[in-house]
Design a protein around this ligand. Structure first.
Ligand SMILES: *Cc1c(COP(=O)(O)O)cnc(C)c1O
Length: 235
């Protein structure tokens, strides 16, 4: 990516910001009577160059998220090779024609959201003999421009993934509407997860991860608070 990053953190700033986010997660977990270790931080590295990602890895971070398969392919094979134990999450939409690349690179695919993709994933997992963990993305705000299954479709869609395609589904993920109070979306996602019997809840970003922890998030996806602001053209 050639996007400019206006607020590129100064050297050593990434480890400090990372520590601050981890501390806020721990405080939020304790306030909710939860084990801090039950909340994992996905450090979101879209638009972040490999050299800056290395700073986070050196500071001990192992779990990362990217929203584009192509960008991830340019950065992560080399980083994974150099640093064993990386857990890479796909948090952006997955096109069926990118399934092979995604399955080869990602350890968790958070954006399963339609039958065609479920079928393509099932075929590729079988072919490649791999088993990335799969989360279903739920469009909790029912926003027409956003991907994800609607709340009402979630139970039948998870059943379809399991029964028709033989996929095991480990979690649900959501991106609440930007202009709305996220709490009701987090609560809805947690309720749906309990209904379909999955344990992982991926919710909460830089602006609201502490609240997501209060509602049961097991993964929070945080970019800006660690790596600084991204170029506005990026999304
Ligand atoms: C970019 C992104 C994030 C991180 O957002 P920040 O506000 O920078 O923390 C989280 N989830 C998804 C799906 C994203 O695309």
């Amino acid at each position: 990516m050639t996007a400019m990053r206006p607020e590129t953190p100064a050297p050593n700033e990434v480890p400090a910001r990372l520590r601050r986010v981890l501390k806020e997660i721990a405080i939020a977990a304790e306030a909710a009577s939860r084990e801090p270790a039950g909340v994992r931080l996905v450090a979101v590295t879209k638009t972040v160059p490999a050299s800056v990602i290395e700073e986070a890895i050196s500071a001990g971070q192992r779990c990362f998220g990217e929203n584009r398969v192509q960008e991830a392919q340019a950065k992560w094979p080399a980083l994974k090779e150099r640093h064993p134990g990386i857990e890479l999450h796909l948090i952006g939409p997955l096109q069926s024609n990118k399934v092979r690349e995604a399955v080869a690179l990602f350890d968790v695919i958070e954006t399963l959201d339609r039958p065609k993709l479920a079928r393509a994933l099932a075929e590729e997992l079988e072919r490649a003999g791999k088993s990335p963990r799969l989360f279903v993305q739920v469009n909790t705000g029912e926003e027409p421009q956003k991907v994800g299954v609607s709340p009402a479709e979630t139970v039948p869609f998870v059943a379809l993934c399991r029964e028709t395609f033989g996929l095991s589904i480990d979690g649900l993920m959501c991106i609440p509407p930007f202009e709305e109070e996220p709490a009701m979306h987090f609560a809805l996602l947690a309720k749906l997860a309990a209904t379909v019997g999955v344990k992982e809840l991926s919710m909460g970003m830089s602006g609201d991860f502490a609240r997501a922890v209060a509602f049961g998030a097991t993964y929070v996806r945080v970019g800006t608070a660690i790596f600084g602001a991204r170029a506005t053209t990026e999304e």
